[in-house]
Design a protein around this ligand. Structure first.
Ligand code: GUN
Length: 283
């Protein structure tokens, strides 16, 4: 029988630690940490994620400000906003919620965010730091997954790690983190041949493809660790990229959806915000 990896419980522990730390920091520096989220347009999933982030910040004593911009906003307007937030000393973290409308270049806008306030770890400086093995601010979802593996003492060194999905947000940084931890890493994507048989080589399988219940027991080696990053709503229910009922028969360890990776992403966002704050106040 599989061990269920309880991301929700671990996230609660880590969020409580952030809250305690925030109290100590405010006492010392008389400044409250502040995260600013830029939300452009009206993507429904983004609205949900952003309100989850706001709520978590509030609970941890971090001030959270959401700046909403119209779908039709120009790139110059967003660049100006980012520049003013970079210079604003009361702002410690800046997050540009993705996806953004088509007229805007995500690479250009991300690159405009100060690397010191880059709570997502998406700026070129932080991407390079991770790629070169000296990470500072690391993307929240893969970072949360590494914390889950550590908590349950699932070693990475020497293991076959297969990632399904090559996104900038999850797949690529996940590969870097597993590689930095001495895993042997394979990244699969839409053009990969014989996906189930490649997935089946994995000791650690990370699925971040956005296809509900794609991965069933035929993708999983007996005893493997299965990490499900997907979250979709089908028939009013939240489901992951992994068919949990089938996968649980084969996996040694598995994350549920909801209650697995999702809560850890938010906990890591709070931790990254505090890391930015500490650096900016000179802690
Ligand atoms: N959209 C979906 N996930 C994320 C994330 O982790 N960061 C940002 N900025 N946008 C997202």
């Amino acid at each position: 029988m599989s061990v269920i990896l309880d991301g929700k419980q671990l996230a609660t522990e880590r969020r409580n630690q952030v809250k305690d730390r925030v109290e100590i920091l405010i006492e010392k520096y008389h400044v409250r940490p502040q995260l600013v989220v830029i939300l452009i347009g009206h993507d429904m999933a983004s609205e949900t994620y952003v309100s989850g982030k706001e709520k978590a910040c509030r609970k941890a004593g971090i001030e959270s400000r959401v700046i909403r911009l119209e779908e039709s906003v120009s790139e110059n307007k967003v660049m100006e906003l980012i520049s003013s937030l970079n210079q604003d000393k009361s702002v410690h973290g800046i997050l540009l919620q993705l996806p953004i409308p088509k007229q805007l270049d995500p690479d250009k806008l991300m690159a405009a965010i100060s690397p010191e306030k880059d709570v997502d770890g998406f700026t070129p400086t932080n991407v390079w730091r991770l790629a070169s093995g000296h990470p500072e601010l690391v993307p929240c979802t893969p970072l949360g997954i590494m914390h889950i593996l550590e908590k349950y003492e699932i070693g990475v060194e020497g293991k076959q790690c297969v990632i399904i999905g090559r996104s900038q947000i999850v797949g690529k940084p996940m590969a870097q983190l597993l590689l930095n931890a001495n895993g042997t890493v394979t990244i699969c994507h839409s053009k990969t041949r014989n996906l189930p048989s490649v997935a089946k080589t994995a000791d650690i399988l990370v699925v971040a493809i956005g296809k509900p219940k794609l991965v069933d027991d035929t993708y999983i080696k007996e005893g493997a660790t299965v990490i499900d990053v997907g979250i979709s709503r089908t028939e009013g229910k939240l489901v992951g990229d992994v068919d949990f009922e089938k996968a649980v028969q084969k996996a040694g360890y598995i994350t549920p959806v909801p209650g697995g990776v999702g809560p850890m992403t938010i906990a890591c966002l709070l931790e990254n915000t505090i890391s930015c704050y500490q650096k900016l106040v000179g802690e």
